[in-house]
Write a new protein. Structure first.
Ligand SMILES: Nc1ncnc2c1ncn2[C@@H]1O[C@H](COP(=O)(O)OP(=O)(O)OP(=O)(O)O)[C@@H](O)[C@H]1O
Ligand SMILES: [Mg+2]
Length: 517
């Protein structure tokens, strides 16, 4: 009997009112391989995977799973046929434990009536240890890091018997450590004969992990190549259709006056502990200061306090000489602070609003957009058209609802809005999360341009390479404190890593315990 491919998609087409999201796509995924899917923001990757999983109905085309033709299938049919999708967000129920979440909907029952908690726990434990997931079945979801939450999603899919797993940008929100752990897990799943399809924007991940890679562009497949026989440069060219600078050059800068002066800033967290512990930081005009740190070490809180989104318990934030500590976000914004927030869904945009409306969000009260309480629609649209062109937002249509944009284009929209105008201080939190390599080049170049035009830039990123490329100065946060500061270009990723994990410390006391090299 001939060996079937795990997945065979033929001529799959999906039209949305303004876009051809997938255009006669053919895709073959072999049994037992790790298959990467890459492509620019809006290329159709997520749509294609949603079609495969049965969440989106294609207009044309056929899909075979292990040789079986699927007709009008939905996610529950996919699950029965052994295809699972690992969702990144919002699919697990917070107050429930890992085991409860994993078995939700298909709980093992005892005596036909009661949920058998022990059996569920045991099965979660078995799956977890089989694939090195290191998950505690009794831990509540709300207490898990993003990385562990993702593993709970993986166990959930495995528990339902999946032998083909789809992961849409699984590494986007993970720390470098969590990424390596995820890769170990995915490799051990491949060893057990499972097939993995994953979407990513990180070309080095493709080379490191994938067996084969399919490149999409404008809804079409431009090719499938073997990962061992390609390079990041070639993949970039296939994606974008031109050579891409995989790393921009940071020129010299001559910083001016201090724009942001943070002194002895503290904030208290939910559990009454210091999430921000006497942090002092100064950023001058024409200077980029990068904050390196493992997620959860106070970076988010620092940014939130500066932007007025969370109260400081003590200490001071001064912007160009004015005290802005605990002022309202809108006041701070009007004083010249732009902010690309790390959580684009919750804070960056209003999904039901159009692209044009989102592009003036936070500025809509300004004179040019409204007069005597009336909104100047023409002006807002004109402004939107300019930014759409400048930032290559796709589709290039101001009237589309933001919820219909691809993930990366939502991020580009926020960046476009916040980079507009001449902020005195730009706070950029994870500015390139989920955006494609061409757009990363653009965002990096724009940040440098803003610096050269005199802005002070506070950059927070989980991407160490991003921090290293852009920062004139690097501060490392650990346990709510700044534990080290370096001039840009004077420190290696390994050294930063040691400070980030608390293994090394400049601010006293911890060296002995951490065993710094
Ligand atoms: N529900 C929808 N309604 C209208 N258009 C949509 C909808 N979902 C997706 N699109 C459009 O389809 C195209 C492909 O989107 P998709 O989310 O598949 O891109 P992607 O390759 O996953 O991009 P990214 O890298 O940014 O995640 C985009 O132009 C998007 O705006
Ligand atoms: Mg996507």
């Amino acid at each position: 009997m001939p060996e079937h491919n795990a997945v065979e998609m033929r001529g799959v087409t999906k039209r949305y009112p303004r876009v051809l999201a997938c255009d006669r796509v053919d895709l073959d995924v072999r049994r037992g391989e790790i298959h990467a899917i890459i492509g620019e923001n809006g290329a159709g990757k997520s749509t294609l995977m949603k079609i495969l999983y049965g969440m989106v109905r294609p207009d044309e085309g056929s899909i075979r799973l292990n040789g079986n033709l699927l007709v009008g299938h939905g996610p529950s049919d996919s699950i029965k046929l052994g295809l699972g999708m690992v969702h990144q967000h919002f699919m697990l129920i917070d107050p429930f434990t890992v085991a409860e979440n994993v078995v939700l909907g298909i709980e093992p029952v005892r005596a036909g009536l009661f949920v058998d908690g022990r059996a569920a726990r045991e099965r979660v434990e078995r799956l977890s240890s089989e694939y090195g997931l290191a998950l505690d079945p009794d831990e509540r979801i709300e207490n898990l890091s993003v990385g562990l939450e993702q593993r709970a999603e993986i166990v959930k899919v495995l528990y339902r018997g999946a032998d083909i797993l789809i992961l849409d940008e699984p590494t986007g929100v993970l720390t470098p450590q969590e990424v390596s752990e995820l890769f170990l897990i995915l490799r051990s799943l491949r060893k057990s004969g499972r097939t993995i399809i994953f979407i990513t924007h990180k070309l080095n991940e493709v080379i490191e992990l994938a067996d084969r890679v399919t490149v999409m562009r404008d809804g079409r497949v431009t090719g499938t190549v073997s990962a061992a026989e390609t390079t990041p440069e070639e993949l970039a060219r296939m994606m974008v259709g031109r050579d891409v600078l995989l790393r921009v050059e940071r020129g010299e800068t001559t910083p001016g006056e201090a724009v942001l002066e943070v002194s002895e800033l503290s904030a208290i967290g939910r559990k009454g502990t210091h999430v921000l512990d006497h942090v002092s930081l100064r950023i001058r005009s024409g200077e980029i200061v990068g904050i390196a740190g493992v997620q959860g070490n106070g970076q988010t809180e620092l940014v939130d306090v500066i932007a007025g989104l969370r109260p400081a318990s003590s200490g001071q934030v001064v912007l160009s000489g004015s005290d802005i500590t605990n002022r309202r976000p809108r006041v701070i914004r009007d004083m010249g602070v732009a902010h690309v927030p790390e959580d684009r869904q919750a804070r960056g945009l209003v999904p039901e609003f159009t692209v044009a409306e989102n592009l003036v969000l936070g500025h809509h009260h300004r004179a040019e957009y409204s007069r005597r309480g009336l909104t100047n629609v023409a002006k807002i649209e004109e402004h939107a058209r300019e930014l759409i062109a400048e930032h290559d937002l796709r589709p290039a249509d101001p009237s589309v609802s933001a919820s219909h944009l691809s993930g990366g284009n939502q991020q580009k929209l926020i960046v476009a809005r916040e980079f507009d105008g001449d902020p005195a201080l730009l706070i950029a939190s994870q500015p390139t999360r989920g955006v494609d390599i061409g757009a990363i080049e653009f965002v990096h170049t724009s940040i440098l341009k803003m610096r050269d035009a005199g802005a002070a830039v506070l950059l927070v990123s989980a991407e160490l390479s991003e921090i290293m490329t852009l920062s004139d100065r690097i501060a490392v946060m650990y346990g709510g404190r700044i534990v080290a500061e370096f001039e840009g270009g004077t420190v290696t990723e390994e050294d930063l890593g040691r400070y980030m994990t608390g293994a090394a410390s400049d601010s006293g006391g911890q060296d002995a315990a951490g065993g710094a090299a």
